[in-house]
Design a binder for this molecule. Sequence first.
Ligand code: ADP
Ligand code: ADP
Length: 232
Amino acid sequence: TPVLSAHGLRKEYGKGEGLVRAVDGVDLDVSAGETVAIMGPSGCGKSTLLHLLGGLDRPSGGEVQLNGRRIDNISEKALARMRRTEVSYVFQSFHLMEELTAVENVELSALLAGRSPRAARRRAEELLKQVGLAGRARFLPSALSGGQRQRVAVARALSNDPLVVLADEPTGNLDSAATLDVLQLFKDLHDSGQTLVIVTHDARIAATADRKFSMRDGVLMDESWPTGGTTG
Ligand code: ADP
Ligand code: ADP
């Protein structure tokens, strides 16, 4: 069973003359441990697709399955639970809680995923160490650089041991040094077996993926052609 799959997935906005087919019949299977990159011009439907895959939004048609279970038609309550415990998001603009320290941001997610306070704190400390921020655990986001904030956001994303991490332009707000930092972090995650779906404009990030897709007008195209002289 793929960890994450979409079949005939559609999302439309507006109606009549104003109808926008943001996602227009997407089929996708993501296997355990795979990193999938999605590239494409602004407005082609990448964020909408990621929202549908992560249960942040409901499709107009088609199905999304997480570990073989439908998530497109489950109750709001089940969906909210799924978002806390089974998938994680990394946003372009970090979306950290500004009034909480780095470690508290990670800890809160671990708590919401069902860990005890003590286990949540321990896990948060571990994860900040893993992303190279042990020394910044008590800093507020406002005292961190963009790259450091995104590393906190990645630590937070891992705090619920998600089946899949969905990242939407994770380096879109970062300078080139910080981009390389976050790129390395995603490579490490890939090596550790984390399943990842990354929307990105950055070819270096896409190059770390097992499969690359490009999106145009709501349609996803597999760009991973066999290379070298082999066939079949
Ligand atoms: P991308 O992430 O590739 O830039 P989006 O998924 O954000 O693309 O948008 C795809 C299309 O859907 C665009 O035409 C956008 O204007 C439209 N769209 C996205 N969100 C909404 C919304 N909430 N209401 C109306 N139209 C939307
Ligand atoms: P970015 O600029 O980082 O891509 P946006 O502010 O555009 O982030 O948010 C992307 C989408 O995700 C928006 O539709 C927003 O409603 C949604 N969103 C933002 N933060 C959260 C969150 N913490 N949990 C769930 N959805 C969120």
